[in-house]
Design a protein around this ligand. Sequence first.
Ligand SMILES: O=C(CO)[C@H](O)[C@H](O)COP(=O)(O)O
Length: 219
Amino acid sequence: MTQDELKKQVAQAALKYLKNVPIIGMGTGSTVTHLINLLADSDFKHEIEGAVSSSIKTTEHLQKIGIPVLELNQTGDLDVYVDGADEVTPHKKMLKGGGGALTREKIIGSASRKFVCIVDETKAVDVLGKFPLPVEVLPLARSYVARELVKLGGQPVLRENFISDNGCEILDVHNLTILDPVALEQTINNIPGVLTNGLFALRGADIVLIGKGSEVITL
Ligand SMILES: O=C(CO)[C@H](O)[C@H](O)COP(=O)(O)O
């Protein structure tokens, strides 16, 4: 199977977590795009009252298939949030933000009782950090934050021609050794000017679905 076929397969397996959930939380990325397409053809789409979306791209896609998009401020905590990841460990810690939606993803994921992470097998790792760690920064703090990230041993690279949905920039940090993802997540978030970083370790996933060969593994 191709990587895209694995993404579609794992998205299919995630559909059942959205059944009988009136207000769903929806992530961002190509795996989630498959999920929204499958949702459009599902027999329970009409039962969904609305969705809280993690990006403008996802909002547009949800609206296109007729699912109303709600603000998190209107809904309170959600039952289920489904999203992809760039890396995930057997302990369900994730590295996310390849698509640049990390801040909203972290907010909605944190405000959800169940975080379902859907990935193809190439994203399953033992140790996080091969994928460059995205750090969303206020533009005026970019250089300062970059220097602080160098002190932590990383090599920050400004994501070219990219402005997040929050009007911020992203530094992709290469070569970090992530021995303690919880500690590093907190350390980076404590740098003034950082909106958030792509480590999802303090609040990892509750369920991880991995598309592997012809099957889907559940952690
Ligand atoms: O964190 C993300 C976006 O900010 C995505 O979940 C992550 O980049 C995985 O994307 P894809 O499903 O396209 O592989």
